[in-house]
Design a protein around this ligand. Structure first.
Ligand SMILES: Nc1nc2c(ncn2[C@@H]2O[C@H](COP(=O)(O)O[C@H]3[C@@H](O)[C@H](n4cnc5c(=O)[nH]c(N)nc54)O[C@@H]3COP(=O)(O)O)[C@@H](O)[C@H]2O)c(=O)[nH]1
Length: 750
C-alpha cells in the first residue's frame, strides 16, 4: 500500500471509530429501536462516509424486508425496490436477502458488476454506489433486521472496516435485546397493573364475601359484600383475627385448632374445598355460609382468601323441600315417606330384640259426605282437629302418619295386641266425640285395621297390606270399630281377588244364568210374578253364591254391566213367556245401589223394554231399604222418574234396615217384601210374629202390598194368610229355576 493509501486508510478507520463511538452514544441515549435505527443510519452516513444507510425489518411471516429507517442520498431508490429474505424468490436471493437468510454479513465490494446484485445494478450506477455491506441485526439471538450501507468506492470494506462494522452491529444487537427486555417488562407491568385492577374490581363487585388473611389468620382485605353479609365495616375488621370476627363462639376452638395445624404443617382440610358452616354476623346472629379457602403465595409469604356465600335462603328452601318430602302439608303429620323410614327402623329394632310392634290403618267413615255436603274447608278442618286428638292419645314413641284423604296410619312402637287394642279403643272413643267447626257440629266415626309384627308380616309392605285388609273388613262388617288382621281375612281376600278376576269374564264365557222363583197371590192362589235371581257356575270354582259375588261385583263396579245383562235377560224372558201365552207374569229384578244411583238407569230400562216390546208394568225393581235410604232425596227423584215410565218398585228385605217412615210415604213403591229372617221362625218366635204383623199393617196403612219371602212351610203360609199378607215366595212353591224349568212351572200352574 502506498503512503497516500495508508493515510487514507488510516483516516477512514478513524472515521469509522468515530462512527462506532457515536453509535454507542446513540445506543445509550435511545429509548426505542426506531429512534436508534434512525440515529444509526445518520451516524453511518455522517461519520462513516457511506452514501446511504438503511435498516430493513424482516416480517417473520412474509419474510418481506420493510424499510424502518434510512439516511443519505438515493432515498428514492428505496421506494422503488422490493427486498425479501425468502431465497425462493428472485429478490430474496440478493445480498440483503442472503445476509438475513444465512445470518451472515454480506460484503459486496463491486456492487455495479457483482452478479448477486444484478437486480440492483441499474440503480447502483444511477446513484454511483460501488460497494455495499449488509449486516444482519439480532434480537434475542434471532435475525430481525438488516443494516445496509452503500459507498461510492469499490473495495471499501477491508478487514479492519468489516471488523469495526461487525462490532457496531454487535452493539446494536445488544441494544435491541435491551429494548426487548424493557418492552417485555413494560408489558408485564401493564398487565400486572391491569390484572390487579381487575382483581380489585372483581373483589368489590363480587356478590360473595371475599376476605383475605395473612398466614396468622388476621384480616387484610374485606370486600363490600363482606360488609353487607356480616354487617361489619372494613375499617373495623382489618387487622383483627377472622375467628374472632365471623366464627360463632361454639366453633372458635375448632377454628383455632385448624389454623394452628395450617400454620404448623401448611395443611388444612378446608383448603380448595367448598364446605357449609355456621358463621356469625356483627349482631351475634348465626347463619349458614358456603366457604371456600384458597392459599396464595406472594413474595415467599402465604396468604389466604376466603370466599363466603350466605346460603340462608337456599338452606331454608332445602329444609322446606325436606319437610314437604316427609310431612303432610295439611296436618303436619309424617307422610308415607317418613312412615316407611320409621317402620324400617322399627322392623330392625324388633328383629334385633325379638320384639313386636303394631301398624294400624284408620279410615274415617263417610268422610266424603262431609266434603260433599259442607265443602273441603270443613273436611280439612275436621282432619286437623282429629289430628290434634290423635296426637294427645298416642305415646311419644308412636308415629301418626296421614297417607292422604281420610287415611291415617299409626305405627305403635313395641306394641303387641293388648297395647294396640287399648290405643285403638281410646282413639275410636275420641273420634266419636262431636266436633264443633263454626256453626256445625260434626259427628264422625272411623274403621280401623291392625297388623302386628312379626305374626302378620315381616316387612312394611305385608304389614301395610294386612292392616288395610283388616280395616276393609271393619268397613264392610260394622264401621266405627276395629279388627285385628287374621289369616282367615287373608284367605278371604285372596278368594275375593280370584272371584273378581273370574267375574270380569263370566258374561262373555257364558257362566252366568238367570233363575226364576215364582210368587203367588195368597188370596187367589194364582202365580203373579217371578223373582229373577242370578246364578254363576264357574268351571273350577263351582256354583258361586250371589250373596258372595254380588257385593264383589258392586265394589268392583262390575255390577253395572252384570246388572244390565240381568235386566235384559229378565225382560227378554217375559217376552218369551208372553209369546208362549203366559201373560200375567211380572218379573222382579234386584237392583244394587250402584245401579240405582246411575242416572242412565231409566233410559236403559226404557230401551230394554222397547227392544223386547214389553209393557213396563211387567217389570218390578227390588230395592233394599239401604239402597233407597242411602240418599233419600235422590231415591225419591229416581223413583218418581221410573214410576212415570210405568215401572213397578218394591222394597226388599223389609224390616232388616232402618226404615224412615216419612220417606217410605214418598217412595213410589207398590210392595214391601218381608225379609225371610222374620218368616223363618214365624210359627215359633213371638217377636218375629209381631214384626211380620206390624209390617203387614204398616204396608196396608200406606196402601202397599206385602210379599213374604223364604216361605218354606204350609204353617208359615197359613200364618201369613191369616194376618193379611198378600203374596208369598219360597221353597214351598219352588226353588229358583232355570228358564226352561220356570217356563214349564208357569205353564203348569197358571
Ligand atoms: N243386585 C242383585 N242381587 C241379586 C241378584 N241375584 C240375586 N241377588 C241377591 O243375592 C242374594 C242372594 O240371592 P240367592 O242366593 O239367589 O238367594 C235368594 C233366594 O234363592 C233365597 N230364597 C228364596 N226362597 C227361599 C226359601 O224358601 N228358603 C231359603 N233359605 N232361601 C230362599 O232367598 C234369596 C232371595 O233374595 P231376595 O228376595 O232378593 O232377598 C240376595 O240378596 C239377592 O237379592 C241380581 O241379579 N242382582
Amino acid at each position: 500500500m502506498s503512503t497516500s493509501q495508508t493515510v487514507k486508510h488510516h483516516q477512514q478507520l478513524t472515521q469509522l471509530y468515530l462512527a462506532l463511538s457515536q453509535c454507542n452514544q446513540a445506543i445509550v441515549q435511545s429509548h426505542d429501536k426506531q429512534a436508534l435505527f434512525e440515529k444509526i443510519c445518520r451516524i453511518i452516513v455522517d461519520f462513516g462516509h457511506a452514501k446511504l444507510a438503511w435498516v430493513g425489518v424482516v416480517s417473520p411471516e412474509s419474510k418481506q424486508v420493510k424499510v424502518a429507517a434510512a439516511f443519505g442520498s438515493g432515498l428514492e431508490y428505496l421506494s422503488k425496490i422490493t427486498i425479501s429474505a425468502d431465497p425462493h424468490t428472485p429478490n430474496g436471493r440478493g445480498p440483503c436477502g442472503l445476509a438475513i437468510a444465512h445470518d451472515q454479513p454480506y460484503w459486496v465490494q463491486d456492487f455495479q458488476t457483482n452478479p448477486i446484485a444484478a437486480l440492483w445494478h441499474a440503480s447502483a450506477s444511477e446513484f454511483s454506489w460501488k460497494a455495499a455491506a449488509f449486516l444482519p441485526l439480532h434480537c434475542e439471538a434471532k435475525v430481525v433486521a438488516c443494516l445496509s450501507l452503500y459507498t461510492s468506492e469499490e473495495q471499501a470494506f477491508d478487514p479492519d472496516t468489516q471488523r469495526l462494522l461487525i462490532d457496531m452491529v454487535a452493539n446494536i444487537d445488544f441494544a435491541l435485546d435491551r429494548f426487548a427486555v424493557q418492552q417485555e417488562r413494560t408489558r408485564y407491568q401493564e398487565s400486572l397493573l391491569a390484572s390487579e385492577q381487575r382483581a380489585q374490581l372483581v373483589m368489590e363487585n363480587a356478590l360473595d364475601a371475599i376476605i383475605n388473611m395473612d398466614a396468622a389468620g388476621f384480616i387484610i382485605e374485606w370486600n363490600l359484600a363482606a360488609e353487607r353479609i356480616f354487617g361489619h365495616k372494613r375499617v373495623d375488621v382489618v387487622g383483627r383475627s377472622l375467628g374472632e370476627v365471623i366464627v360463632p363462639p361454639a366453633y372458635r376452638d375448632a377454628h383455632n385448632r385448624g389454623l394452628q395445624r395450617l400454620q404448623r404443617s401448611g395443611e388444612s382440610r378446608l383448603l380448595g374445598r367448598s364446605i357449609e358452616i355456621a358463621a356469625m354476623r356483627g349482631d351475634g346472629s348465626e347463619f349458614p355460609v358456603e366457604l371456600t379457602i384458597i392459599e396464595i403465595e406472594r413474595s415467599g409469604e402465604r396468604y389466604y382468601s376466603a370466599f363466603l356465600r350466605d346460603i340462608t335462603v337456599r338452606k331454608e328452601a332445602e329444609q322446606r323441600i325436606q319437610y314437604l318430602a316427609n310431612y303432610d302439608a295439611l296436618t303436619g303429620l309424617p307422610n308415607r315417606n317418613l312412615l316407611t323410614e320409621r317402620v324400617t327402623v322399627e322392623i330392625e329394632r324388633a328383629w334385633a330384640h325379638d320384639g313386636q310392634f303394631a301398624l294400624m290403618f284408620l279410615d274415617l267413615d263417610h268422610f266424603k259426605d262431609v266434603n260433599d255436603s259442607l265443602g273441603h274447608r270443613y273436611g280439612d278442618s275436621l282432619l286437623v282437629e282429629l289430628t290434634k286428638r290423635f296426637q294427645s292419645l298416642v305415646r311419644p314413641e308412636d308415629t301418626i302418619c296421614r297417607l292422604g284423604g281420610d287415611e291415617f296410619v299409626f305405627l305403635l312402637a313395641g306394641a303387641g295386641h293388648d297395647v294396640a287394642q287399648e290405643i285403638v279403643e281410646r282413639l275410636l272413643k275420641a273420634i266419636e266425640q262431636p266436633l264443633v267447626i263454626d256453626q256445625y257440629q260434626l259427628a264422625i266415626t272411623a274403621s280401623v285395621g291392625i297388623a302386628i309384627y312379626p305374626e302378620d308380616g315381616l316387612d312394611m309392605e305385608s304389614l301395610q297390606r294386612n292392616a288395610d285388609v283388616a280395616m276393609y273388613r271393619t268397613k264392610k262388617e260394622s264401621r266405627n270399630g276395629y279388627r285385628f288382621f287374621s289369616n282367615q281375612m287373608q284367605i278371604q281376600t285372596a278368594r275375593h281377588l280370584q272371584l273378581v278376576n273370574a267375574l270380569r269374564q263370566a258374561i262373555a264365557l257364558g257362566q252366568l244364568a238367570v233363575y226364576y222363583q215364582p210368587q203367588m197371590d195368597l188370596a187367589t192362589h194364582k202365580l203373579v210374578g217371578v223373582e229373577a235371581l242370578l246364578r254363576w257356575q264357574h268351571p273350577t270354582l263351582g256354583a258361586v253364591s250371589p250373596a258372595e259375588f254380588i257385593p264383589l261385583a258392586e265394589s268392583s263396579g262390575l255390577i253395572i254391566s252384570i246388572g244390565s245383562w240381568v235386566l235384559e235377560q229378565a225382560v227378554q224372558q217375559v217376552r218369551h213367556w208372553q209369546q208362549a201365552g203366559i201373560d200375567a207374569i211380572c218379573v222382579s229384578v234386584n237392583l244394587s245401589s250402584v245401579q240405582f244411583r246411575n242416572p242412565g238407569l231409566p233410559a236403559l230400562i226404557q230401551q230394554i223394554l222397547q227392544r223386547y216390546d214389553v209393557a213396563p208394568q211387567f217389570l218390578e225393581l227390588e230395592l233394599t231399604e239401604g239402597v233407597a235410604l242411602e240418599n233419600p232425596e235422590g231415591a225419591v227423584n229416581m223413583m218418581d222418574t221410573l214410576d212415570k215410565l210405568g215401572i213397578r218398585m218394591s222394597i226388599d228385605d223389609f224390616g232388616t234396615g232402618y226404615s224412615s217412615l216419612s220417606y217410605l210415604k214418598k217412595f213410589k213403591v207398590g210392595r214391601l217384601k218381608i225379609d225371610q229372617s222374620f218368616v223363618r221362625d214365624i210359627s215359633t218366635d213371638d217377636e218375629d210374629k209381631a214384626i211380620v204383623i206390624a209390617i203387614i199393617h204398616l204396608a196396608r196403612s200406606l196402601g202397599l202390598k206385602t210379599i213374604a219371602e223364604g216361605v218354606e212351610t204350609a204353617e208359615q203360609k197359613a200364618f201369613l194368610l191369616s194376618h193379611g199378607c198378600d203374596e208369598i215366595q219360597g221353597y214351598l212353591l219352588s226353588k229358583p229355576m232355570p228358564s226352561e224349568q220356570a217356563t214349564a212351572f208357569l205353564l203348569k200352574h197358571q
